[in-house]
Write a protein that binds this ligand. Structure first.
Ligand SMILES: Nc1ncnc2c1ncn2[C@@H]1O[C@H](COP(=O)(O)OP(=O)(O)O)[C@@H](O)[C@H]1O
Ligand SMILES: [Mg+2]
Length: 262
């Protein structure tokens, strides 16, 4: 298995507070990888470190073969084009239409003609399952689910190898969330991308995630496939996966995996 992201021994401090104290994980090529953990566990900070928005105090992160702590400015600029990001909040620029939002990076990073950019924008809008007319609308005219799709189209504008999603289904209704999951699976298949997502969504975890890392107590306390993570007896893993609600709702998924379900 080829690792496209390799974090080792990450230490992160904000003032006196230590958020990560030796966090290590590996994301493999073409998988859907989830980062789990309680609110405040440091998931978003870890993702920001992977995309060079924050720098850890110690440790090493290698993305697509490049050590983030030891790359030149030019290499960093180049690497930034290899990933698309869907942030938890701050989805789109409200003063731009959906098409203009998707076009932002194409304008900034490429020398494509206006005609070519428009063509790419239209293809991204179709790719995420939005109607062509949505391109002319403003974010305020879209539903929550459509905004997520539009933001995803923008994240995919530069045809990245890696897609980072911070709680993509939070705030969506159940139908919207499952449709978004389906879209992620299709995109991974179609585009051959690797997906890293922060999520609390058990449906996503049970249905579309290949491997995951659980952040707790400033460490990765469990990592791997669902079976590997379920083998952990860490209190967070127990509380998250082995509670009565989960055992009942996901009984079929948990059966035969060493979790006591009726
Ligand atoms: N830029 C920052 N400066 C100081 N503290 C921060 C910063 N970003 C996050 N934190 C703190 O780090 C902790 C982990 O945050 P975060 O990664 O956002 O958690 P989550 O796992 O919910 O995504 C929180 O206590 C948060 O307040
Ligand atoms: Mg977060």
């Amino acid at each position: 298995m080829k690792a496209v992201i390799e974090a080792s021994g990450i230490v992160t401090r904000f003032g006196e507070r230590t958020i990560h104290d030796g966090v290590s994980l590996q994301v493999h090529e073409n998988e859907i990888f989830a980062i789990l953990g309680e609110s405040g566990a440091g998931k978003s900070v870890l993702m920001k470190e992977m995309i060079m928005l924050l720098r850890p105090n110690a440790g090493k992160i290698v993305v697509l073969g490049r050590d983030l702590s030891a790359i030149s400015f030019q290499e960093a600029q180049h690497l930034r084009r290899e990933w698309g990001v869907l942030f938890q909040f701050g989805a789109l620029f409200s003063s731009l239409t959906i098409a203009e939002n998707i076009e932002v990076q194409l304008k900034e990073y490429t020398r494509l003609s206006k005609r070519m950019r428009d063509k790419l924008v239209r293809s991204k809008i179709a790719l995420v399952g939005l109607d062509a007319h949505v391109g002319a609308l403003y974010p305020s005219e879209l539903s929550g689910g459509m905004i997520k799709r539009a933001a995803l189209a923008r994240a995919l504008a530069m045809e990245p190898k890696l897609l980072f999603l911070d709680e993509p289904t939070s705030g969506l209704d159940p139908v919207g969330a499952r449709n978004f999951d389906k879209l992620i699976v299709e995109l991974r298949q179609m585009l051959g991308i690797t997906v890293v997502m922060i999520t609390h969504d058990l449906d996503s975890i049970f249905n579309i995630v290949d491997r995951m890392a659980v952040l707790a107590d400033k460490h990765v306390v469990a990592q791997g496939t669902l079976d590997e993570v379920l083998a952990s007896t860490h209190p967070f893993v127990e509380a998250f996966f082995k509670n009565e609600y989960t055992k009942e709702k996901f009984a079929d998924k948990l059966k035969g995996r060493g979790v006591d379900v009726q």
